[in-house]
Ligand binder design. Structure first.
Ligand SMILES: [Zn+2]
Length: 80
Protein backbone atom coordinates (compact mmCIF):
# COMPACT_ATOMS: atom_id res chain seq x y z
CA UNK A 1 0.00 0.00 0.00
CA UNK A 2 0.97 3.62 -0.44
CA UNK A 3 -0.45 6.80 -1.85
CA UNK A 4 -1.89 6.83 -5.36
CA UNK A 5 0.39 9.01 -7.51
CA UNK A 6 -2.66 10.55 -9.14
CA UNK A 7 -5.20 11.20 -6.36
CA UNK A 8 -3.24 10.42 -3.16
CA UNK A 9 -5.74 7.80 -1.93
CA UNK A 10 -4.40 4.69 -0.18
CA UNK A 11 -3.82 2.34 -3.09
CA UNK A 12 -2.43 -1.06 -3.91
CA UNK A 13 0.66 -0.41 -5.97
CA UNK A 14 3.86 -1.82 -7.24
CA UNK A 15 7.07 -0.07 -8.22
CA UNK A 16 10.21 -1.74 -9.41
CA UNK A 17 12.89 0.85 -10.13
CA UNK A 18 14.72 -1.72 -12.31
CA UNK A 19 11.81 -2.06 -14.73
CA UNK A 20 11.12 1.65 -14.48
CA UNK A 21 7.36 1.10 -14.37
CA UNK A 22 5.10 1.96 -11.49
CA UNK A 23 1.66 0.37 -11.52
CA UNK A 24 -1.32 0.97 -9.27
CA UNK A 25 -4.83 -0.26 -8.76
CA UNK A 26 -6.71 2.67 -7.25
CA UNK A 27 -10.34 2.62 -6.19
CA UNK A 28 -10.72 6.23 -7.40
CA UNK A 29 -8.63 6.18 -10.57
CA UNK A 30 -8.71 2.55 -11.68
CA UNK A 31 -5.62 0.71 -12.81
CA UNK A 32 -2.79 2.53 -14.56
CA UNK A 33 0.94 2.60 -14.83
CA UNK A 34 3.52 5.38 -14.87
CA UNK A 35 6.84 5.37 -16.70
CA UNK A 36 10.25 6.20 -15.27
CA UNK A 37 10.44 9.76 -16.63
CA UNK A 38 7.12 10.77 -15.12
CA UNK A 39 8.08 9.11 -11.81
CA UNK A 40 11.20 11.30 -11.80
CA UNK A 41 9.08 14.43 -12.28
CA UNK A 42 6.80 13.34 -9.43
CA UNK A 43 9.80 12.78 -7.17
CA UNK A 44 10.89 16.34 -7.94
CA UNK A 45 7.54 17.60 -6.68
CA UNK A 46 5.48 17.88 -9.88
CA UNK A 47 1.82 16.96 -9.31
CA UNK A 48 -0.55 15.29 -11.74
CA UNK A 49 -3.94 16.86 -12.42
CA UNK A 50 -6.08 14.21 -10.71
CA UNK A 51 -9.52 14.92 -12.31
CA UNK A 52 -8.00 15.11 -15.81
CA UNK A 53 -5.91 11.98 -15.33
CA UNK A 54 -8.88 10.04 -13.94
CA UNK A 55 -10.97 11.07 -16.95
CA UNK A 56 -8.16 10.00 -19.28
CA UNK A 57 -7.63 6.66 -17.52
CA UNK A 58 -11.38 5.94 -17.74
CA UNK A 59 -11.39 6.77 -21.44
CA UNK A 60 -8.39 4.53 -22.13
CA UNK A 61 -10.09 1.66 -20.31
CA UNK A 62 -13.17 2.10 -22.50
CA UNK A 63 -11.39 2.61 -25.81
CA UNK A 64 -8.71 -0.02 -25.63
CA UNK A 65 -9.88 -2.24 -22.85
CA UNK A 66 -6.29 -1.56 -21.86
CA UNK A 67 -6.06 -2.59 -18.22
CA UNK A 68 -3.02 -0.42 -17.49
CA UNK A 69 -3.04 2.83 -19.49
CA UNK A 70 0.49 4.24 -19.44
CA UNK A 71 1.07 7.71 -18.05
CA UNK A 72 4.13 8.99 -19.91
CA UNK A 73 5.47 12.46 -20.73
CA UNK A 74 3.09 12.35 -23.73
CA UNK A 75 -0.05 11.51 -21.81
CA UNK A 76 0.56 13.15 -18.42
CA UNK A 77 -1.56 16.18 -17.52
CA UNK A 78 0.11 18.27 -14.84
CA UNK A 79 -1.53 20.43 -12.23
CA UNK A 80 -0.42 24.00 -12.80
ZN1 LIG B 1 -6.00 7.31 -7.41
Amino acid sequence: MGRCRVCRAETAQNYTPESGWYSASCTECGTYKIDKQVMKMLEKGKVLNAPMMQKWIGREHNLDSNPFPAITLHTAVWAS
